[in-house]
Each structure stands twice: as C-alpha cells, then as structure tokens.
Write a protein that binds this ligand. Sequence first.
Ligand SMILES: Nc1ncnc2c1ncn2[C@@H]1O[C@H](COP(=O)(O)OP(=O)(O)OP(=O)(O)O)[C@@H](O)[C@H]1O
Length: 125
Amino acid sequence: MKVRNQKLTASFRNALEGIVIAFKTQRNIRIHVTMSIMVVLAAFYFKLPPRDFALILLVIGLVITAELLNTAIEAIVDLVMPEWHALAKIAKDTAAGAVLVAAGVAVVIGLLLFYKPVMIWFGWY
Ligand SMILES: Nc1ncnc2c1ncn2[C@@H]1O[C@H](COP(=O)(O)OP(=O)(O)OP(=O)(O)O)[C@@H](O)[C@H]1O
C-alpha cells in the first residue's frame, strides 16, 4: 500500500513537473495562463453566475490541455525527427491546429458570456 502511494505521489510530481516545464519553455502557455487569470478575475468582478463560471473554467482547461499536448507532440517530433519530414510537419501543424480550435472556442464563449455584463458596465445596454 505504501509503495503504491509512493508511486502515486511520484506520478503526480512528474505531472506537475511537466506543467512547470511547459510553462517555463512555452511562451504561448504563459500568455494563455496570464489571459486565463485575467478572465477569471473579470468573471469575479462581473459576478457571473456559477454556470458561466464553470463554462469559463472548462474552456480554460481545454486550452491549457491542448497547449500541453501540443508541447508534448513538438518534443516527440523533435526527438524522433530532427530533420524535415512531411509527417513531422503534419504532426506539428495539426497539434498547433488543435490549440487554435480550443483558443477560438474560448474566445467565442468569452464573448458570449461577457457581452451583456460589459455592455451594462459601459451603460450601453
Ligand atoms: N521536423 C520537421 N519536419 C517538417 N516540418 C517541421 C519540422 N519541424 C518543424 N516543422 C514546421 O515548422 C513549424 C514550426 O516548428 P517549430 O518547431 O519551429 O515551432 P513550434 O515549436 O512548432 O512552434 P512554437 O513552439 O512556437 O509553438 C511547424 O509547425 C512545422 O510546420
């Protein structure tokens, strides 16, 4: 039981290390995390309802997960194929495309959720 707990702790530590490495090496992840913090603060400020808040957390998770997987795919491609290869290009470009899709969905959801409170705040509604 103790060995299993130690294994679990090590897996958790490795996963956290992966997130820290991605944050340190990937500028895009730093940008997304900064924007996510700002969006969460804005959600508090505008007192968005719990369901909207949950949706925001969900899309933030989606974008950061996509970024982490993109980082992992980039590392694997660089490891196994340092030279130019058509399949390496497909792997990197589709992984980047996944991030773009997630970020696009996040922007649309953000606009839908913040549109009304922001309009009210400016007195335009
Ligand atoms: N081994 C390769 N073979 C073919 N194309 C490649 C290869 N490595 C990179 N590319 C192409 O170059 C683009 C940029 O790759 P690069 O590794 O320089 O940046 P990245 O790490 O994917 O981007 P970032 O870290 O800025 O998100 C890729 O999206 C892909 O189109």
